[in-house]
Design a protein around this ligand. Structure first.
Ligand code: NAD
Length: 310
């Protein structure tokens, strides 16, 4: 384990939308969202070369230019470059770090994560990608080393086998519809890991907007989300508000370090920070929404290699 992981604002800025993956984003909107986030106290930004096939990193790098480096913690990833393009080899990972540093226009990446590790044989992660990240750390190019992916039990297994990781990023598994991550939290925390919960809105499923074409949620989950959106609107509130407040309050309860939501516009940033500051969701609405999701609780989708689905 390297230096102590810093405490950060509980709501982090997920920068995948800056790669225009949820709809087109222009640089001026990205600049306003990023600067607004920093002004409101957000200090954790997460991105990857994969998001918009390098676009998100380039847009975020431009937006962050001129902001004092100590004002933000920057996490990116290695190993995934397109929907089906993975390369976790030692040399590619080292080159990936150089490319990200250049696009992000910084000297040091705070956290580098192996991106969606369930898609490649486990051996490559242990024998090539993680040693390369540790080499990059020795060279002073990154500070912390982590992994990310969907199957939480597999992330835990890889972290246990390695025994020396700093972070684990799990996504879509601590939401109104899914509590898988909470089951693993005691063990992950006992291992000294910093846990990052991404996608509290289940990659937009729990937002009240049309889903992007690539969204993998099964039909039953989509239908429950549609019912929950309509229910919240009828109650004069909104599903993303309840979903974000719920994820943040669960994160605090079980020791998640930061919850990452994807944002691309200053209005979204202001809205999400205001919801976060308001505190826990109204209990009566929360219980009614949880009842809507009860039939699809923890329903997920398969990703990666069959042998990595424990
Ligand atoms: P999310 O679940 O919060 O969904 C984002 C969607 O919700 C976007 O369409 C966004 O525009 C919308 N949204 C945000 N605020 C809203 C609001 N107030 N009202 C209505 N809609 C709102 O987050 P996400 O983008 O899926 O994930 C967050 C970040 O976590 C990503 O950007 C990425 O950095 C990281 N992540 C990593 C992995 C991985 O490593 N495998 C996977 C998923 C996410």
């Amino acid at each position: 384990m390297s230096a102590k992981f810093p405490a950060v604002f509980p709501l982090g800025f997920g920068a995948s939308p800056l790669g225009s993956v949820f709809g087109p984003v222009v640089q001026s909107d990205a600049d306003a969202a990023v600067h607004g986030a920093i002004d409101l106290g957000i200090d954790f930004f997460d991105v990857a070369p994969y998001y918009g096939e390098t676009r998100a990193e380039a847009v975020l790098g431009k937006a962050l230019q001129g902001i004092p480096r100590e004002r933000y913690f920057l996490a990116t990833k290695v190993g995934r470059y397109t929907a089906n393009g993975f390369d976790f080899s030692y040399q590619r990972v080292l080159r990936s770090i150089e490319e990200s540093l250049e696009r992000l226009k910084i000297d040091v990446i705070d956290l580098a994560q192996c991106h969606d590790i369930e898609f490649v044989p486990e051996r490559i992660v242990h024998e090539e990608a993680l040693p390369a990240l540790r080499k990059a750390r020795e060279q002073g190019k990154i500070r912390f080393v982590g992994i990310s992916g969907l199957p939480t039990a597999y992330l835990r297994r890889v972290a246990e086998t390695d025994g020396n990781l700093d972070t684990v990023l799990s996504y879509c598994h601590l939401t109104l519809a899914d509590s898988t991550l909470t089951e693993h939290m005691p063990v992950l925390r006992e291992m000294g890991l910093t846990v990052i919960n991404a996608s509290p809105l289940a990659m937009g499923l729990l937002a009240d907007r049309p889903l992007p074409e690539w969204h993998p949620a099964p039909e039953a989950l989509r239908l429950a989300a549609e019912r929950a959106v309509a229910f919240c609107q009828a109650q004069g509130t909104s599903l993303p508000k309840i979903a974000l407040q719920y994820a943040l309050s669960e994160a605090q309860r079980c020791g998640v370090a930061v919850t990452l939501t994807g944002m691309r516009h200053i209005d979204e940033v202001r809205q999400n920070v205001a919801w976060a500051q308001e505190g826990d969701p109204a209990p009566d609405i929360l219980h009614a929404v949880q009842a809507i999701f009860s039939g699809v609780h923890n329903l997920t989708w398969e990703t990666g290699l069959p042998e990595n689905r424990p």
